[in-house]
Design a protein. Structure first.
Length: 510
C-alpha cells in the first residue's frame, strides 16, 4: 500500500486533499463527527509523508485548507461574499504551510510527534495573525464529546489540539508502513493511558461553590439574516423589552422564580442608550418592570469619530449604569475594516457600517446583586474564541460566567452552532457553568463539563431563570495552556533547526 501511495501523482494528491478538507469540516459543529476529523488529519499526513516533492506537499496542504475552510466558513458570506472568499484563501494558506512543515519532518523516526507539533505551530499562527488572528477552527474545539474532553481543564485548547493531532498522526503512522509488535503495543498502551487520564483526572479537580444566584435571561428575537439582521432601528430593543415584560409576568404568576439579575444579549440595543432618547426610554421601561439589575449588551458611540463600542452595561435599579465591559475581540470585516482607507472607496458601501473601537480590560464586572457584592465574568460573542480573554474572566475573579452574543447576521448558518460548540469547550476548559444569552439563539446553559443543560431554539423569543453556582476555582488549563502552547511551538522549531543543522553537517562531510 505504501508503494502505491508513493506513486500517486500530484494532481490526485491535491484532489484527495480537497476531499479530506471537506471530511475535516464534518468534525466541527453543526455536525460534530469528531472521529472523521481524526481520519482527515491522518489522511492529510499520509498524502504528505508519502509525497516525493515539497511543492506537492504545499499544494496538498493548500487544497486541504480550501476544502476545509470553504465548507466550515461559508457562513461569512452572510456579511460579504468577498470577505468569505478572502478569509477562506487566507486561512487555506496556513494549511499549505502545514503541508510543507510535515513534509520537512517526514523522514524523522519521531515524525508523528513532530507533525502534531506542526499543527500546534500553524494553529498558533492563524490564532494571532493577521488582524489579531482568527482562532475559530481549532482542533481543540471538536473534542468536547470525545474521550479527550477530560483533558480540556488540564491543558486547555492548545494542549488538546496537540493530542487530537497526535491521534491523527498515529493513524497515519499505522497506514504508512509495517510496525513491530512492541511498537504497536506501546502505542496502544499510551492511547489507553491518555483516555484514562482524560476520564479520571477531571473528577479530582476542585470545584467548590460559594453559593448560588438566580439569573434571568432574555432572547428577544430579531429579524436576522445578513448584515442588516438587526432590522429597523430600535427593533431589537423593543423586542427585548417585550420579552422582559413577559418574563416578569411569569415571575408574578409563580411560573418561574424571581431572578437576582437579568441578562440581555449583545445588541440588546442597536443604538447608544446614552445618546438616543427613545432607546434610553425603552431600557428604563425594562428596568422599572424588572426591579433588579439588568445587564444590557449595547452599542455605544465613540470613543473616536466613526467609531463605536460593543459594550456590556450593568444597570443598577436605582443608580443607572455602574459597571461596563467593552468587547475586546472584534470581527475583521464584520465589526471593523482592515485597510479601511483602501477598501472604503470600493463599491461595497456596507463597509462604512463596520468601524468599531475596542478597549482592553478583563470582562469582569464588580457589581451588586441579591443584596451583596458579585463579580460577573462576561464574554461578548467573538471573545469566546480567544484563550486570554476567556481565561481573564476567572483570573480576574469572575464568580459566574456569561456569554452575550448576537448571531442575527448568521441566522440559519453553521456559525451559530460553531460558536455554541466553542463555548461548550470553554465551559469544560474553565470547569465552570456558562449561561449563553443571544438575540436569536442558540441561548442556553452549559454545565461545567461542557454538556448542555438547557438550549433554546433559534429565531423565537424566549426567556427564563436559571440557578448559577458561584465559584472561585481556577483550572490548571488557565495557567499552563499558554506556556504549553509556546513550548510545543518552540520544541518544533528547535527540532526543525536541529534536523537542518544535521543535514548541513552531513553535506559537508567528505
Amino acid at each position: 500500500m505504501t508503494e502505491r501511495l508513493h506513486r500517486l501523482p500530484g494532481w490526485a494528491r491535491s484532489s484527495l486533499g480537497i476531499g479530506l478538507g471537506v471530511v475535516a469540516s464534518l468534525g466541527f459543529a453543526p455536525f460534530g463527527w469528531w472521529p472523521l476529523l481524526l481520519v482527515a488529519v491522518a489522511g492529510l499526513s499520509v498524502l504528505v509523508v508519502t509525497s516525493p516533492r515539497a511543492r506537492v506537499s504545499l499544494a496538498v496542504g493548500l487544497c486541504f485548507g480550501l476544502g476545509f475552510t470553504g465548507v466550515s466558513l461559508r457562513w461569512m458570506s452572510a456579511i460579504f461574499v468577498e470577505a468569505m472568499l478572502g478569509l477562506v484563501v487566507m486561512e487555506a494558506c496556513f494549511y499549505a504551510v502545514l503541508g510543507g512543515l510535515v513534509h520537512l519532518v517526514r523522514s524523522s523516526r519521531l515524525w508523528p510527534f513532530l507533525a502534531a507539533g506542526a499543527w500546534s505551530v500553524v494553529e498558533f499562527g492563524f490564532s494571532h495573525v493577521p488582524f489579531n488572528g482568527f482562532p475559530w477552527m481549532r482542533l481543540g474545539y471538536t473534542v468536547v464529546d470525545s474521550p479527550l474532553a477530560g483533558w480540556l481543564p488540564l491543558i486547555g485548547i492548545p494542549g488538546v489540539t496537540f493530542l487530537a493531532a497526535l491521534g491523527g498522526q498515529a493513524l497515519a503512522w499505522l497506514v504508512t508502513g509495517r510496525r513491530e509488535r512492541r511498537s504497536l503495543v506501546a502505542a496502544g498502551a499510551v492511547t489507553i493511558g491518555v483516555v484514562l487520564v482524560g476520564v479520571l483526572a477531571p473528577m479530582a479537580l476542585p470545584n467548590e461553590r460559594t453559593g448560588t444566584i438566580r439569573v434571568g435571561f432574555v432572547q428577544g428575537n430579531i429579524p436576522g439574516g445578513g448584515i442588516y439582521g438587526l432590522g429597523e432601528a430600535r427593533t431589537t430593543t423593543r423586542n427585548h423589552v417585550a420579552e422582559s415584560l413577559r418574563l416578569m409576568d411569569l415571575v408574578r404568576t409563580g411560573s418561574v422564580p424571581a431572578p437576582s439579575f437579568v441578562v440581555w444579549p449583545e445588541n440588546g440595543t442597536d443604538m447608544d442608550p446614552f445618546l438616543d432618547a427613545p432607546t434610553a426610554k425603552l431600557v428604563d421601561q425594562a428596568r422599572a418592570a424588572l426591579g433588579v439589575p439588568l445587564l444590557v449588551g449595547s452599542i455605544t458611540d465613540g470613543p473616536g469619530a466613526n467609531e463605536r463600542q460593543t459594550a456590556s452595561l450593568w444597570y443598577d435599579p436605582q443608580r443607572g449604569v455602574t459597571a461596563r465591559y467593552d468587547k475586546r475581540n472584534i470581527v475583521p470585516f464584520g465589526e471593523w475594516v482592515p485597510y479601511r482607507d483602501v477598501l472604503e472607496p470600493c463599491p461595497c458601501g456596507g463597509l462604512r457600517r463596520c468601524a468599531v473601537g475596542c478597549r482592553d480590560h478583563p470582562g469582569v464586572l464588580d457589581v451588586t446583586a441579591a443584596g451583596g457584592p458579585l463579580k460577573v465574568g462576561t464574554m461578548v460573542c467573538y471573545d469566546v474564541a480567544f484563550d486570554g480573554t476567556a481565561h481573564d474572566t476567572v483570573t480576574a475573579g469572575g464568580e459566574v460566567i456569561l456569554v452575550q452574543s448576537s448571531n442575527a447576521m448568521y441566522l440559519g448558518t453553521d456559525q451559530v452552532a460553531q460558536q455554541f460548540a466553542i463555548t461548550r469547550s470553554r465551559a469544560a476548559e474553565l470547569h465552570r457553568e456558562i449561561l449563553v444569552v443571544t438575540t436569536t439563539g442558540l441561548s442556553g446553559l452549559i454545565a461545567a463539563d461542557g454538556s448542555v443543560s438547557l438550549v433554546l431554539p433559534e429565531h423565537m423569543p424566549a426567556s427564563g431563570v436559571v440557578d448559577l453556582p458561584r465559584r472561585h476555582t481556577i483550572t490548571p488549563a488557565v495557567y499552563v495552556s499558554g506556556p504549553l502552547e509556546a513550548l510545543l511551538c518552540l520544541g518544533f522549531v528547535v527540532a526543525l533547526a536541529w534536523r537542518g543543522a544535521a543535514r548541513i553537517r552531513r553535506r559537508r562531510q567528505p
